[in-house]
Design a protein around this ligand. Structure first.
Ligand code: TXA
Ligand code: MG
Length: 323
């Protein structure tokens, strides 16, 4: 397939392509997405093919105005309205009871649908012109780090989608917070920069942190490497100074046996930059040809630190050393 790569001037054409059943990769504030018309089952099916992703994994449906939530969800509670008011447009996905019209292909057979109003002018214009909700997973090949620049998207999807809209680097850099609003209290399924504390403050009640429970390994001993770089990865966790010296020690040890070792270490308290750079650094390390990545853990007491650690631990297949 020949992929047409356009900038913002091509948004209208991209919207037409989507409307007629095509696949279009587009920027959002979190990561790039690969979009299909959410009401076109065949197009949605082709997204799984393009990504090489198992088809039981549900997709997030993107809308351009909050009132379009009614096209997708059967029921809208006052808690849902509160969160939409507080965090939309923005990096929050709400899982809601789905309307029968939403194809089960989109939701991986579930009776619920994840809905998000992204905070990106390009994404919003694209969805508005398309005049339909846009089902879109992250625009990476399955198992690769999520794409936060147009170059990452072109690397993964050139030749696999009809169009790619190139835009600025993604402002946030990790995927949206996913919260299940079909249960009370609501449950966080995936942490993000909209933190649990911020959500609790808006709802004025506790929510449950169920992150990772939904994709816990089903077979004992099976390791999940969702956001995996090609290199082996290990996370060093503990007191900052000890982490730093352990990174140096493990690096030297492995270099002595001939391995090419890369280090992933963020400023301890600059969580926003860590989120912004995380996936891009993983890709850059892979490109540099390292055999092994040693990463320093961030404090999980901070909400964004917790969200970055969720990805870091998965990328490392839960390969952790405590010091
Ligand atoms: O920031 C984001 O959310 C990006 C951009 C493109 O919007 N999208 C994204 O999509 O990260 P994806 O497919 O890579 O991740 C979607 C996550 C998965 O963990 C999936 O299990 C969960 O959302 N999800 C979607 N619909 C769901 C549902 N109905 N019930 C439970 N989890 C759902
Ligand atoms: Mg993804």
């Amino acid at each position: 397939m020949k992929t047409k790569i356009v900038n913002t001037e091509g948004i209208l054409e991209a919207a037409e392509t989507l409307k007629s059943g095509g696949l279009v990769a587009f920027p959002t504030e979190t990561v790039y997405g690969i979009g299909a018309d959410a009401f076109n089952e065949e197009a949605v099916g082709r997204v799984y093919e393009a990504k090489g992703r198992p088809s039981d994994n549900p997709m997030i449906v993107h809308i351009a105005r909050a009132s379009d939530i009614g096209l997708l969800a059967r029921e809208i509670t006052s808690d849902v309205v509160k969160l939409a008011d507080a965090f939309w447009p923005g990096p929050l996905t709400m899982v809601l009871p789905k309307r029968a019209e939403v194809p089960s292909r989109v939701t991986g057979g579930l009776d619920t649908v994840g809905v998000r109003l992204p905070d990106s002018d390009i994404a919003l214009a694209f969805i508005r012109f398309a005049e339909t909700p846009v089902a879109a997973p992250s625009a990476n090949l399955s198992g690769r780090p999520s794409p936060t620049t147009s170059r990452h998207v072109i690397e993964d999807l050139d030749g696999k989608v009809d169009m790619i809209i190139i835009g600025p680097d993604c402002r946030i850099g990790i995927e949206s917070t996913v919260i299940d609003m079909t249960v009370d209290p609501p449950q966080i399924l995936r942490p993000g920069v909209v933190t649990i504390d911020a959500i609790e403050a808006v709802l004025e009640k506790p929510v449950i942190n169920a992150a990772d429970k939904d994709d816990a390994p089903r077979a004992p001993g099976m390791k999940y490497r969702h956001y995996a770089p090609d290199a082996e990865m290990i996370v060093i966790q503990g007191n900052r100074e000890r982490v730093k010296s352990e990174i140096i020690r493990v690096k030297e040890l492995n270099e002595r046996i001939g391995l090419n070792v890369g280090v992933l270490l963020f400023e301890e308290k600059d969580f926003i930059t860590a989120a912004h750079d995380f996936y891009a650094e993983l890709r850059a390390l892979d490109e540099s040809g390292v055999d092994m990545i040693i990463a320093g853990a961030l404090p999980e007491t901070d909400g964004i630190g917790f969200a970055v650690m969720n990805r870091m631990l998965k990328a490392a297949g839960y390969n952790v050393a405590k010091v």
